[in-house]
Write a protein that binds this ligand. Structure first.
Ligand SMILES: C[S@@+](CC[C@H](N)C(=O)[O-])C[C@H]1O[C@@H](n2cnc3c(N)ncnc32)[C@H](O)[C@@H]1O
Length: 254
């Protein structure tokens, strides 16, 4: 990041009640520096992420109840047609999954509605706030029990800080890689997300941490072009048009 293009994340509060509910998360967000003028807006119970340079562009929200995620749940295929579930479930019907890079929670949601219990970890305070807000809203929907039981946002931000007694069957990793397609193929809203996170360079460390705590398998999602991180302990792969899910053995099989 050049010193000329460092911006402090702007926090726009239109909903004071919501702001008072997430004061701790907002304090962490106010310290974030970005390479473009990004902002978060709290309005009518929702938290959205936007870019001041792109006023016409929509905000990024997490919405499990309406929108594309609910559509995917209703009309998408089952376990066999969702590559993420094929990779994370193996032969298990209802695995416990630690989603160590929860992001906007899309993969976690797919795994949860296909039968898993998912514990979510997210280290970026802004993404964590978007995710928490999406889950809070989902928990006041008709389907609140599902979200409470199957999508658990952990208080700690990374799996290496986890001190609870749940042993996950699967640890799922989907770190951010550098963007290769600058084209319209990457939706504008997602570009804002990329600008916020950048690239997660500590993938190898994350894989090692995951192998220490996983009971049965670790799954890492990569773009197809990405190198395999540890060939010696890779046991299988699930390949789609643009991605490769590498399956690694845990350090200790339980
Ligand atoms: C590509 S996104 C994940 C998208 C997610 N799978 C989804 O379906 O929405 C990667 C996310 O992982 C988070 N992340 C990367 N490394 C992490 C780590 N070691 N611990 C916690 N979060 C991490 C990043 O902050 C980012 O939000």
């Amino acid at each position: 990041m050049n010193s000329e293009d460092v911006y402090k994340l702007e926090v726009i509060v239109e909903d004071e009640v919501l702001a008072s509910f997430c004061q701790r998360e907002l304090d962490a967000c106010r310290k974030i520096l970005c390479s473009s003028p990004l902002f978060i807006k709290l309005s009518e119970g929702m938290v959205g992420l936007g870019n001041l340079n792109e006023p016409k562009q929509g905000l990024v929200f997490v919405d499990f109840v309406g929108g594309t995620m609910a559509h995917r749940r209703q009309f998408g295929g089952g376990k066999k047609s969702e590559a993420v579930a094929r990779a994370c479930f193996g032969n298990m019907n209802s695995p416990v999954i630690f989603d160590a890079t929860a992001g906007l929670g899309r993969d976690a949601y797919v795994n949860a509605y296909l039968g898993a219990r998912v514990h979510l970890f997210e280290r970026n305070p802004v993404v964590r706030l978007l995710l928490k807000n999406g889950l809070d809203r989902a928990m006041s929907s008709d389907n609140s029990d599902f979200f409470r039981e199957r999508m658990i946002l952990e208080d700690v931000s990374t799996i290496s800080e986890y001190s609870g007694d749940v042993v996950p069957d699967t640890v799922y990793l989907d770190p951010m890689y550098p963007e290769r397609q600058k084209s319209a193929l990457v939706k504008k809203e997602m570009r804002t997300f990329h600008e916020l996170i950048g690239c997660d360079e500590d993938r190898l460390e994350l894989l090692d941490d995951a192998r220490k705590i996983a009971g049965k398998r670790v799954v890492m999602k990569n773009p197809k072009w990405a190198p395999i991180l540890n060939e010696k302990v890779r046991t299988a792969e699930v390949v789609t048009k643009n991605h490769r899910f590498d399956i690694y053995s845990p350090l200790l099989r339980r």
